[in-house]
Ligand binder design. Sequence first.
Ligand code: UD1
Length: 420
Amino acid sequence: MDSFLIQGGTPLRGEVTISGSKNAALPLMAAALLTADTCTLRRVPDLSDTRFMLRILESLGAETRFDQGTVTIRAASIRGFGDYELIRKMRGSICILGPMLTRLKEASVSLPGGCVIGTRPIDLHLKGLAALGARIEIDGGYVKTSARKLVGTNIFLGGRAGPTVLGTVNILMAACLAEGVTVIESAACEPEVVDVARFLVSMGAKIHGIGSPTLTVTGVSEMHGADHEVIPDRIEACTFLCAAAATKGEVVVHGSRPDHFAAVIDKLQEAGVRMKQKSGTLLVSRPGRLRATDLTTLPYAGFPTDVQAQFIALMCLAQGTSVITERIFESRFMHVAELMRMGADIAIEGPSAIVKGGRRLSGAPVMASDLRASAALVIAGLAAEGETMVNRIYHLDRGYERMEAKLQALGARIQRVEGE
Ligand code: UD1
């Protein structure tokens, strides 16, 4: 397994261009299963997760191609039985269930895995499909679904922690080819959901309320191919903002959509980070000391859970005590123990991390436990004194395109150490 070796203490300086969004690309690829025509997706990030999704689609019978950020998918003839091992390995793969079921009237997938950030149930996905008329059975590790036909209805999709992102896109896709009108209440409003909905409309779907918590879908009998550019990855952009701030650097971020991460910009400013927007670019710098800042992760447009770990790494360097509360995924604090190896002072109290900042971080060998936790360790390593070895960076390769190359271009002393 590969590792990153980081010599900390160099301020990041220069320019970085943000890649297409992983979390939009995965369900967009799944949406191509709704038609026998060819779909083209541009600005798809080259990541192990996106490559993995293509393998899953191929295992269902789709023809795929990935060439310099452009993916073409032709699902002319597909089968309804997903490869157990492939699907189990990636949580994002659950969003093939809705399109497969609505197109084939039966679909089986293995229960998905993914990052270890608490229990990640799929009850809301199944509730939505059942409401549309699907029979659902859990058997031998598979979710087996079938329906003579899917029929539109009113579905409340809110859960304990609020709306579900992949659950919303799954039900949205299933509803596109269902009979009649489906109303999804408490739909997720994340930019990735909006991106998928827009792609579905360009494929012939009839959807109203895009971007709002109430999505109304009028079923159509057929969808067709379409060409779409994936939105920029807001989590990658926020990760670079935190890294620039942590190293007291100055970075120009190109190709992002700051309106997609206003909550993060707000918190960074509160923490003393300076941000200037100018014709599609974002200039980030940190002129003075970082101030302790409290926050709570929330569904969009609140502060994203996927930036919580990176922000904790930043708050380790701030003056004072920050309270960071996680409201989306319980036990998403795997990075805390590793940050403490580097000298951080953090206590977990229920859903909150109490970060006593202002300490000097020192390099250490640390273990990446999930995708965003890994990004937090890289940020801490870049800001720390001495050498940090971040082990198990396959998590990072799942979600960050050419991360070390982008950081090197900003002057970071980071290199990949290849493992077995
Ligand atoms: C997506 C993102 C992930 C992000 C998360 C929250 C992808 C590939 N992943 O994950 O990076 O951290 O949104 O923004 O897009 N829940 C249930 N029942 C369900 C489904 C979810 O209780 O059937 C709960 C979850 O346990 C969690 C909350 O709802 O507490 C939100 O999860 P959800 O929005 O579904 O996350 P994902 O879509 O899996």
